[in-house]
Structures are given as structure tokens and as C-alpha cells.
Design a protein around this ligand. Structure first.
Ligand code: PLP
Length: 377
């Protein structure tokens, strides 16, 4: 069977596994505010989905996203998730031979999109205690040249959970300005961070900020996100977009309702996921060779290192799946460092995190003796 068919069947099987504990894709499985579900029901009952939404999104949603980021002067283009914005901007702003710079680890898809355009990809290794598992301006300086056109920052970093400091962000922005390069600031996990600096505040004319509802609001399957930037950049993206007939109407209604509930609902979600992080840290610290390189994580997930325990991440992922728990193997994010770790999502009911922690010691033993690990994606 071809690779893409195998991958699809893999996710289809997971999706159709009743009661699967989703702890591998940073999705949010804590209860949604009732108002968000009601907004979707109301939209369906009003038959709203019979018509196309406005091409850039409902005005109320566009304004709400810009307001949530606190970026006056910028405008939003609503997209079918942040990933569509990333795909589109790579195709819009890159041409063959342009330089695309990302970190390693990072989120792999924009790297694939820019390679597909013919850009030259440079990945700066940041899985290193000495740089605080984060990109510094000095590291970026060594990686760029006059062909660098786009700098892709996943911040908070998925999978590491580290954030770029305000000082380093200032230096990074200076480099981008000097080169006339775009910064694509992927802020998918910003709501979970304790301290986060928006590149767009320092470099509004050259930053495209990626916004997602999938993780903080917990609407991954609704496919709703945005790209936010200066009007001339968005105008370029708006000239021939893949979703020129607008994004899903029901999803947009959910997102609008979610923004209204954010202040009253989200702090408790973040408190729960931080408690889950603490549980996982305690369980990992009790196992020789296991550790959390970044703690607390600024995302809704943690990297759990298992290399020093002689455990293969893939074997541990497979063992957890046999118990109905989906976690992620490091190679999904990085070929270079992927043998070091698993990644575990924390926006889940506390009982799920408890179950993961209590199974961990036994499943490590099972993973050690596993010879045939099924293919994972
Ligand atoms: C860094 C990063 N960017 C973008 C996305 C995709 O977000 P969306 O669901 O809004 O397309 C993900 C999903 O995991 C992600 O980790």
C-alpha cells in the first residue's frame, strides 16, 4: 500500500477507535463552553451553511482575532485552520531558490510546503540545553544569507514548549529587517504561554502571524484559523486564495462564540493542563533515564525524554496505543532528535493524564522487549 494510503488508514483507525485518549496532537479535549456548541447548533438550525461566507471571514470574527492578538493596524484573513494559511503563504511569498529558515525541531508541514515550492530549507538545531531549547538571534545570524526570504518561528515551539524571549525576538527582528525577510510567527500555542512576545509588535510590516482556534478553543476538527498581517501583505494573500469562497460558516460561528468566552473559560483550561504537566513530570522524574527537558512547557504538551533509559519512542507509542492512548513519537517532528523523546498533550481530562502516568512504568518494560513496531505517523 502506498505511504499516503497507509497514513490515512492509520488516522482513520485512530479516529474511529471509541474512547481513544487523544494525547498526541495537542488537541484540546476538555469540555467546550456550552455557548460555543449552541452557536453551532443555532447556525445549523438557521440553515446558514446554505450560503458562502465572506471570502476573508465574517467581519466580527476578523476583528475578534486581531483584538485577541492586540495588533491594531493589522488585518486578519480567516483560513481553514492555521495550516492553510501556512500553505498559502509559502506558495505566495517563496519562489525556487529562496531561503526558508526554520528551527529543528519545528512543525514539519511548512518545511514540506516550502520545499515543494523549490525553496532551500535551513533548519537550526535548538534541541540543546545550552541555548535553552530556543532560538537566539546569534544562532539565526549564523544561518541566514542574502537569499533568506522567510523565517518560520513556531513560538511557543511545538514540540519543545519553549518560548523566544523578548530580547532574542528583538535581535531576530533586526536580522529580518536587515535582510528584508518575512517573519512567519506561528503562534498556534500562544494562549498557553506565560510570557510571549509577538514579532508583529516589533516588525508589523514584515510579520505574518498565524492564529489557530484548534488548540486553545479545542475545535481542531472544525478547521478554523487565520493569518494576520499588514494590509498590503494580506492583500497579496487575498488575491488568489484556496478558500476564496470563505471558510466554514458553522466553524466561524463557533470561533466568534469562543472569543467571547475566552476570559471566563480559558484560565481554568490552562490551569488543568498545567496540573497535567506537573503529573507527567512527577511520573517521568521517578523513572531512571526519563526527564522533561523543558518544564513548565508554554504549550499544551510536554516533551518526555526517554533516550537515556534505552527506550525507543516508537515502541512506547505503540505500547500506549494498545491501551487506547495516542501519544507522539519524536521523529514526527525531527529526524535529527526524534529518537530522544515522546510528546504528550495535556489539554485532556485529568483522569487521562493519571492513566498515562500510572501505565508508564509497565509500558516502558513492554516497549523494551518489543521487536516489531507497527508503522506510525
Ligand atoms: C505549530 C503548528 N502550527 C499550525 C498547526 C495547525 O493548526 P490548525 O489546526 O489551525 O490548522 C499545528 C497543529 O498541530 C501546529 O502545531
Amino acid at each position: 500500500m502506498s505511504d499516503f494510503e497507509t497514513r490515512n488508514k492509520y488516522f482513520d483507525r485512530l479516529f474511529n477507535t471509541p474512547g481513544l485518549r487523544w494525547m498526541g496532537q495537542n488537541t484540546n479535549h476538555l469540555p467546550l463552553p456550552a455557548a460555543v456548541k449552541q452557536a453551532m447548533i443555532d447556525s445549523i438550525e438557521a440553515d446558514e451553511f446554505r450560503a458562502y461566507a465572506p471570502p476573508l471571514g465574517f467581519e466580527e470574527l476578523r476583528a475578534g482575532i486581531v483584538d485577541d492578538l492586540g495588533l491594531p493596524g493589522a488585518i486578519a484573513m480567516v483560513t481553514d485552520g492555521g495550516v492553510e494559511a501556512l500553505y498559502h503563504l509559502c506558495h505566495c511569498f517563496l519562489k525556487p531558490g529562496d531561503g526558508f529558515v526554520a528551527t529543528d525541531p519545528s512543525w514539519k508541514w511548512p518545511i514540506a510546503f516550502s520545499r515543494a515550492v523549490g525553496a532551500t530549507v535551513t533548519e537550526i538545531p535548538i534541541y540543546d540545553e545550552r541555548c535553552g531549547y530556543s532560538l537566539s538571534a546569534a544562532m539565526l545570524e549564523r544561518a541566514v544569507d542574502d537569499k533568506t526570504r522567510l523565517i518560520y518561528l513556531v513560538d511557543p515551539n511545538n514540540p519543545l514548549g519553549s518560548c523566544i524571549s523578548a530580547d532574542e525576538m528583538r535581535g531576530i527582528v533586526q536580522i529580518a529587517k536587515r535582510l528584508g525577510a518575512l517573519i512567519v510567527h506561528d503562534c498556534t500555542y500562544r494562549h498557553f504561554a506565560t510570557d510571549h512576545t509577538l514579532a508583529a509588535r516589533l516588525y508589523p510590516e514584515g510579520t505574518l502571524t498565524i492564529y489557530s482556534f484548534s488548540k486553545w478553543l479545542g475545535t481542531a476538527g472544525l478547521r478554523i484559523g487565520a493569518v494576520v498581517g499588514a494590509p498590503d501583505r494580506i492583500a497579496r494573500l487575498a488575491s488568489a486564495p484556496p478558500n476564496n469562497l470563505g471558510s466554514n460558516v458553522i466553524s466561524q460561528r463557533a470561533a466568534i462564540a469562543g472569543l467571547k468566552m475566552r476570559d471566563s473559560w480559558f484560565p481554568e483550561v490552562n490551569a488543568i493542563q498545567r496540573r497535567n504537566q506537573a503529573r507527567i513530570k512527577k511520573a517521568a522524574d521517578a523513572i531512571p533515564g526519563f526527564r522533561l527537558p523543558v518544564y513548565p512547557s508554554n504549550g499544551n504538551f510536554v516533551v518526555v525524554e526517554c533516550i537515556d533509559a534505552g527506550v525507543r519512542p516508537e515502541a512506547l507509542v505503540a505500547a500506549m496505543q494498545e491501551h487506547g492512548i495516542m501519544i507522539r513519537q519524536g521523529v514526527y517532528h525531527t529526524a535529527r532528535f526524534g529518537n530522544r523523546f515522546i510528546k504528550v498533550s495535556t489539554t485532556v481530562p485529568e483522569a487521562w493524564a493519571e492513566e498515562f502516568c500510572s501505565l508508564l512504568p509497565t509500558l516502558i518494560e513492554q516497549a523494551r522487549s518489543m521487536n516489531d513496531v507497527p508503522e506510525l505517523f
